[in-house]
Design a binder for this molecule. Structure first.
Ligand SMILES: *Cc1c(COP(=O)(O)O)cnc(C)c1O
Length: 360
């Protein structure tokens, strides 16, 4: 058996150690005689798995006590609706920063519920930059401010946390959560689909400040009310039990690696060396403003796009897969989430240099 280096943007690679543990526990979890998939979510075995996953995530991210951690379904895309449903609380408008394809979807969904005030819109730059912090003028009466710290498709990432004063800040961290240390207390809500940096698809993590729970209008479906899940340890109905379990293994793996400072240092190194290889070359390029380049998603284009298919094919032959860029951007994209070891990035760089020697 051989494992490839999988640069997929999501669902993405998982740590091999985590998959091996899941494999070892597949048929008989801890003497229970059954797989985690087959357990009642209300049983004591599963409750212990769920509680440990939450405790480990809280430790990893240093989540303050006045925040709930919810384990939901519906993907980050459901949060595009759940956020306005829960946070408008009688207000008529919300501030949004439009900096890429994902925030654009969040904006479109929010418009079904309220007036969206675009505090920033980087469409004209083809989303290759983020607004200067000083240029942001927030509405003090907005229900909340929403932004996407890392835009997965173009690979553009804020290097600052917007200061929104008393207005709750909401962040779609799907592709940046757990990539570096963050101060959770600066946010009203952090949400993320699991399938990038947390675990398998099917699970959505929502970290929400307690005062923002319980304000959804009574006419709203219970499944879209944070209170439903906050009051029931995310077990109002059947949660995505296996994804939750695997996410828990990933959190424990992160703690074992040394926590967020250690993970951040590795991620910084991985991103820096890949961008350096791109910048040092006359053959590869990346269009994003240097200051705002993503640590997790690194798109690059070849000087000759006719060679894209050859690049993909030869890379795959070396076990470097899922490098094709998003259809809206073209070229290549290497997603280098936590589960991508530094050796995988080194192997990609070596291949890029060889390809340039042969075709540049
Ligand atoms: C992947 C992604 C999404 C969509 O997530 P789903 O879980 O598929 O709904 C939303 N926002 C960002 C930033 C993403 O990277």
């Amino acid at each position: 058996m051989s494992r490839v280096y999988n640069f997929s943007a999501g669902p993405a690679a998982l740590p091999t150690e985590v998959l091996e543990q899941a494999q070892a526990e597949m048929l008989d979890w801890n003497g229970s005689g059954m797989s985690v998939m087959e357990m009642s979510h209300r049983g004591k075995d599963y409750m212990s798995i769920a509680a440990k996953a939450e405790a480990d995530l809280r430790e990893l991210m240093d989540v303050p006590d006045n925040y709930k951690v919810l384990f939901l379904q519906g993907g980050a895309s459901s949060q595009f609706a759940m956020v306005p449903i829960n946070l408008l609380n009688g207000k008529k408008s919300a501030d949004y920063l439009l900096t890429g394809q994902w925030s654009k979807k969040a904006v479109a969904e929010a418009r079904r519920f309220c007036n969206v005030n675009l505090v920033a819109d980087t469409t004209d730059s083809k989303f290759t930059t983020v607004p200067d912090e000083a240029s942001l003028k927030f509405d003090p009466d907005a229900a909340y401010v929403h932004y996407t710290p890392n835009e997965t498709i173009v690979g553009v990432e804020f290097d600052y946390i917007p200061d929104t004063g008393d207005v709750p800040l909401v962040a779609d961290m799907s592709s940046t959560i757990l990539s570096r240390k963050i101060d959770v207390s600066k946010f009203g809500i952090i949400y993320a689909g699991a399938q990038k940096n947390i675990g398998p698809a099917g699970l959505t993590i929502v970290i929400v400040r307690e005062d923002l729970i319980g304000n959804a209008d009574a006419s709203m479906p219970v499944m879209f009310d944070y209170k439903t899940f906050a009051d029931n340890d995310s077990m109002y109905n059947t949660p995505p039990t296996y994804s939750w379990y695997l996410a828990g293994l990933v959190f424990a793996w992160g703690l074992k690696k040394g926590g967020m400072s250690a993970i951040e240092a590795i991620n910084r190194r991985k991103a820096e060396k890949l961008y350096k290889a791109i910048d040092d070359s006359a053959f590869f390029s990346n269009p994003v403003d240097v200051q705002y380049r993503s640590w997790m998603n690194v798109p690059f284009i070849l000087a000759n796009a006719d060679l894209d298919a050859t690049f993909i094919e030869q890379a795959a032959a070396k076990g470097l897969v899922t490098l094709k860029g998003h259809r809206s951007v073209g070229g290549m994209r290497a997603s280098i989430y936590n589960a991508m070891p530094e050796e995988g990035v080194d192997a990609l760089i070596a291949f890029m240099q060889e390809f340039e020697r042969n075709h540049g």
